[in-house]
Design a protein around this ligand. Structure first.
Ligand code: GLC
Length: 647
């Protein structure tokens, strides 16, 4: 463990030299940050590398950070100060995310500003543009096979266009979010090309094995991410004359984070993207970055040290840049990505609440909250500065991350419930409303993930009559109300705000035919989007509903993400009751996940401190009968606050 000491003095010296002729004030700012984060940096590096190596690398990283700080646009340096002054900027109830592919949403980077008005109508303050750095040619996993981290996919624009866009978004109060793929690069990336050309240095950037001995040993405990189109985790490469680790596709080469050079390379990429004005970096597939024999090679403790080191570097050079962990893992492993134990407060500020997403769909299919109540209550506490990304679905398939222990605790069989969910959402279950697609069925594990837009999964896409459509609309609204009402940054996936169905032509584009995730990555047709203004249309109803949720959310201080949601026990099995205690007063989210009317005793609201229950989404008082029960309509969502504190 480092404690400042001589290492810090050397670092201050080195940084001082690297800061060149910056003004005294600017130099001082950097040096104070260095002093503050040095221990975090060294501590993380020592968890990954030998002690002398860690010290050497820490000094190098500090120099890189100092140089990036020198190059940083003065406007971004001001943003750094603003963020430092408002450390809870990601937690405020006015944060709302939107995720899309640049081309599918707006054509290209230059035309994207034309769509800012649309995002503002929804209330968006955070825009995640799906991978846009130069990918390999041909199939590239939606851009997740990066060939060059420093250039932009040519049909989308240039680095300058990206910088301009970030500035323009910022002027509208929208933070730009980009992916940083740090588990793998494309086989065509310069590092991989040089490794293939025989350069030892670059071979060391990857996990390469001369024969099957080690790959076989690892395979004994490794799962398969894409069993259909990329079985196994290693690929023979004739040019390398070896087996290279490829967790995802054969042309996505896992990098070797045990090599300090890799850390240095990625720290530079972080600094580069931050200096372009990217405000949140989504750490793609972070769970896979550290390998350990005899394990699943996911969620290893070192993964958090990797994040901590990169985070410390960013906090020195560009503190306005936040990190978001993309770890779509089981509920027991999830919270670590927001920092637990020695990593509390030192890793990503944001992480995807995969468990909540899965439970939303599980509740709707089952028509009860029994499992969700158990699973959501069983999550370990999160640091109050850590913030969930809440979502009903994303660009990926939905994997049924139901923990067997949680299922058992409520008398369910985990395997059977997962099977139920996949048949329900694939449309195979009798009387289901859903029309998703099965993604990567694995006969060995029984795993059957699902692709689908929110409208397809909630039954809006194929609603046979008006009543079915009304029910489906209520489910879409309910699912979003749960994630908007949880606390964190809710992210709408492009097309869901218009209730778009699965794209029937998803397989038509070359390279997409085997990957039905493209079904739920629709292109936005602006003639369709124009119907959002007409409240008689499906698009209008969904868009208006979501914009309304965002509008009400902004007025409720109770939805600040620092407050922890508590799921109440002992409620009607159809009603999820989520209590948020906050200095400005309590708030109770009530969600009827069933297709029938359900009671909720008003006494529970009183007991929570809500004396005069006011339902903020409808703007009405909660009506209670003589029996003390309030009744929620099928699929109703209520956000109940005390009339005294209602905005
Ligand atoms: C992440 C992405 C997914 C991609 C994978 C490999 O999970 O969300 O789309 O296939 O990483 O990069």
């Amino acid at each position: 463990m480092s404690t400042g000491g001589p290492g810090l003095l050397t670092a201050l010296d080195r940084a001082g030299a690297a800061l060149g002729d910056l003004s005294e004030e600017l130099r001082e700012t950097f040096l104070l940050r260095l002093e503050r984060w040095w221990d975090d940096l060294v501590d993380a590096l020592e968890a990954l590398y030998a002690a002398d190596e860690a010290q050497r690398l820490a000094l190098q990283l500090v120099e890189h950070a100092a140089r990036a700080y020198c190059d940083r646009d003065p406007e971004l340096r001001r943003l750094d100060e603003r963020r430092v002054l408002r450390p809870d900027w990601l937690q405020r109830p006015d944060m709302l995310g939107y995720a899309c592919y640049t081309d599918r949403f707006a054509g290209d980077l230059r035309r994207l500003p034309e769509r800012i008005g649309y995002l503002e109508e929804l209330g968006v303050s955070y825009l995640h543009l799906m991978p846009l750095l130069t990918p390999r040619d041909g199939d590239n996993d939606g851009g997740y096979a990066v060939q060059d981290y420093r250039t932009i996919r040519p049909d989308l624009g240039t680095v300058e266009d990206l910088r301009d866009l970030a500035r323009e978004l910022r002027a509208h109060g929208i933070s730009l979010v980009l992916d940083l793929v740090l588990n793998h690069v494309a086989r065509e990336h310069e590092w991989a090309a040089r490794a293939r050309a025989g350069e030892r240095r670059y071979r060391g950037y990857f996990h390469v094995f001369a024969d099957r001995q080690m790959p076989d040993a690892y395979e004994a405990t490794l799962p398969e991410v894409f069993p259909d189109f990329a079985p196994g985790n290693f690929t023979w490469d004739a040019e390398l004359s070896g087996w290279v680790w490829t967790t995802f596709n054969a042309w996505q080469w896992d990098v070797n984070w045990a090599n300090p050079e890799v850390m240095l390379e990625y720290a530079d990429v972080v600094l580069h993207l931050a200096n372009l004005g990217v405000e949140v970096l989504r750490l793609d597939a972070i769970a896979f970055t550290w390998k350990r024999l005899g394990t699943s090679c996911q969620n290893q403790p070192e993964v958090h040290a990797v994040t901590q080191a990169l985070r410390a570097v960013a906090r020195m050079a560009c503190p306005a840049t936040a990190f978001k962990a993309e770890a779509i893992v089981g509920p027991r492993d999830l919270v670590q990505y927001l920092g637990q134990g020695r990593y509390a407060g030192r890793v990503s500020e944001l992480a995807y609440h995969n468990s909540l997403m899965v439970q939303v769909w599980s509740m709707l299919a089952a028509g009860n909250v029994v499992l969700a109540r158990q699973a959501l209550s069983a999550l370990p506490p999160r640091p109050t500065t850590g913030t969930w990304i809440t979502y009903v679905r994303c660009h990926d398939d939905i994997g049924w991350a139901i923990d067997d222990d949680d299922a058992r605790a409520v008398g369910l069989d985990g395997f059977a419930h997962r099977r139920f969910l996949s048949t329900w959402y694939s449309g195979e279950f009798p009387d289901t409303w859903a029309s998703g697609l099965v993604f990567q069925a694995n006969p060995i594990t029984g795993d059957r993930r699902i692709s689908g837009t929110c409208a397809s999964l909630a039954g809006l896409a194929d609603a046979p009559d008006t009543l079915a459509e009304e029910r489906a609309l209520a489910r879409v609204f309910l699912a979003h109300a749960v994630i908007f009402g949880w606390g964190g940054i809710p992210v709408i996936w492009s097309g869901d705000e218009l209730g778009l169905p699965n794209d029937p032509g998803w397989a038509d584009e070359p390279g997409h035919e085997d990957d039905n995730r493209w079904a739920h990555r629709p292109r936005i047709a602006w003639s369709t989007a124009a119907r959002r203004r007409d409240l008689r249309t499906r698009e209008g109803k969904v868009f208006h509903g979501l914009a309304h949720l965002a509008k009400v959310r902004r007025t409720l201080p109770q939805l600040h993400a620092s407050a922890e949601p508590v799921v109440l026990e002992g409620t009607d099995d159809g009603v999820l009751a989520v209590l948020r205690r906050h200095p400005s007063g309590p708030m109770m989210g009530l969600y009827n996940v069933s297709g029938s009317w359900r009671p909720f005793p008003v006494q529970r609201l009183h007991a929570a401190g809500i004396a005069a229950p006011h339902e903020a989404l409808s703007g009405h008082a909660v009506v209670t009968g003589d029996d003390g029960l309030a009744f929620l309509a099928p699929y109703a969502a209520w956000w109940v606050v005390d009339a005294g504190s209602a905005g």
